[in-house]
Design a protein around this ligand. Structure first.
Ligand SMILES: [Zn+2]
Length: 82
């Protein structure tokens, strides 16, 4: 039996509900800190955004350090009102 390992399009998943603090998390592969407040795209780039019922449901980003794709889930609904 041959075992084939496909690693070309490795996708990591990060659940934001399991992250403390301001939502920053280390890249699952290389450990670089990815902060949602960082909009420079120096550390990561957003490749796909999935919106469900006007709420952000899923975000796929790519780490510019190691090239891994990371799927972000667990977005909390934004509080409404002032
Ligand atoms: Zn990385």
């Amino acid at each position: 039996m041959k075992k084939t390992v496909v690693e070309r399009s490795m996708m990591y998943s990060v659940d934001l509900t399991k992250i403390d603090g301001d939502g920053a998390f280390p890249c699952p592969k290389c450990g670089v800190m990815i902060s949602p407040d960082d909009e420079t795209e120096e550390i990561y780039a957003i490749v796909e955004t999935k919106v469900k019922d006007d709420e952000l449901a899923e975000l796929i980003l790519v780490c510019n350090n190691c090239g891994s794709k990371i799927r972000l889930t667990g977005f909390l609904p934004q509080p409404e009102g002032s």
